[in-house]
Design a protein around this ligand. Structure first.
Ligand code: NVA
Length: 261
C-alpha cells in the first residue's frame, strides 16, 4: 500500500490476514531503498564500506536510508537544509543500533569522498503547495557537476524519480557518465518481485504450518499443500528459501527474470 500516514499502514498490517507491504508513506520508503542497495551492489560490487550521501530533504527516503544503515555496513551522510531534518525517532533508533551516519547542512562537506550520491525531489508527493518555499530553501542543495568534484572519482548518482530537472539535479548530472538512474528504475521491478516472492512464499508456509489457526479446513489445507508449488513465486524453492537480502543479492544477476522467462 502507498499511503501518507505511516501509523495507518501499521494499523492495517496489524489487522490484515495477508502480508502488507509499505509501498511508500510520508515517514519511510523501504522498498525503494532495498532496490537502491541492489543498484549500488550491481555497480560497485558491494555496499560494504561505501559512503552513501543523500543531498536534499530529510524525508521518507532519508529515513529509510537511516534504517538501512542499521542493517547494512555502509556510512550514510545526509546534507539537508536547516529545518528539514529526518524523523527524530528514526535518528535515535539508528544511533542506538550503532549505525554509521552523519547529518550536515553543508552539501560540499557531505559529498567529499562519497561513492553514492543520492537525490530526491525537493518536495514530495502531497507537498506540492510548499514548492515555492522549498525551491528557495533547497537551492544550495542542487546536485551539480561542480558539487560532485569532491566525490569519489568512480561515484554513481542515483535518483528515485520522478526528477525535476534543473531543481534538485541538473541535466548534466542526470544524463552524465556517473548517472545510473535508469538502471535504478529498472531494479525497482526486480527488487519488488523479490520482496513479494519472499512474503508470499512465507505466507503460504505459515498457513500450512497451522491451517486451523488461519481458518483453513483440513480439506483446503491438503489441497493448498498439494498444489502449493503452483501458488509460489518462481525463484525461491520452499525448502531452501533465502532471506530477502539474499534474494536481493541473487537477483543482481537477474535470476528471477531468467526464471520467469
Ligand atoms: N520522497 C518522494 C519519493 C518518491 C519516490 C515522495 O515521497 O514523493
Amino acid at each position: 500500500i502507498r499511503w501518507f500516514d505511516d501509523d495507518e499502514v501499521v494499523q492495517l498490517a496489524e489487522h490484515a490476514t495477508v502480508p502488507v507491504i509499505n509501498g511508500l508513506t510520508d515517514l519511510t520508503h523501504p522498498c525503494q531503498v532495498m532496490s537502491d542497495i541492489l543498484t549500488v551492489e550491481e555497480h560497485l560490487g558491494t555496499i560494504e564500506g561505501k559512503t552513501v550521501c543523500m543531498v536534499g530533504d530529510g524525508n521518507n527516503l532519508a529515513n529509510s536510508w537511516l534504517n538501512a544503515a542499521t542493517r547494512f555496513p555502509f556510512d550514510f551522510v545526509l546534507a539537508c537544509p536547516e529545518g528539514y531534518l529526518p524523523d527524530e525517532g528514526i535518528v535515535r533508533k539508528a544511533e542506538a543500533a550503532g549505525a554509521s551516519f552523519m547529518i550536515t547542512h553543508d552539501p560540499k562537506e557531505a559529498v567529499e569522498g562519497a561513492h553514492v550520491i543520492y537525490s530526491d525531489a525537493f518536495y514530495s508527493m502531497g507537498q506540492e503547495e510548499e514548492a515555492i518555499k522549498r525551491r528557495k530553501d533547497f537551492a544550495p542543495f542542487q546536485i551539480t557537476t561542480d558539487l560532485l568534484a569532491g566525490a569519489d572519482k568512480d561515484h554513481i548518482v542515483l535518483h528515485c524519480l520522478p526528477a525535476h530537472r534543473g531543481e534538485e539535479i541538473t541535466d548534466e548530472v542526470m544524463d552524465g557518465p556517473h548517472s545510473v538512474v535508469f538502471d535504478e528504475a529498472e531494479n525497482r521491478m526486480h527488487a519488488q518481485r523479490a520482496i513479494m516472492a519472499t512474503l508470499i512464499n512465507s505466507h503460504i508456509d505459515t498457513r500450512l504450518a497451522s491451517p486451523s489457526a488461519v481458518g483453513l479446513t483440513e480439506h483446503t489445507a491438503a489441497r493448498v499443500a498439494s498444489q502449493s508449488d503452483g501458488f509460489r513465486i518462481a525463484g525461491s524453492a520452499s525448502s531452501d528459501r533465502p532471506s530477502i537480502s539474499a534474494q536481493l543479492a541473487s537477483i543482481s544477476t537477474k535470476k528471477l527474470t531468467q526464471a520467469a522467462s
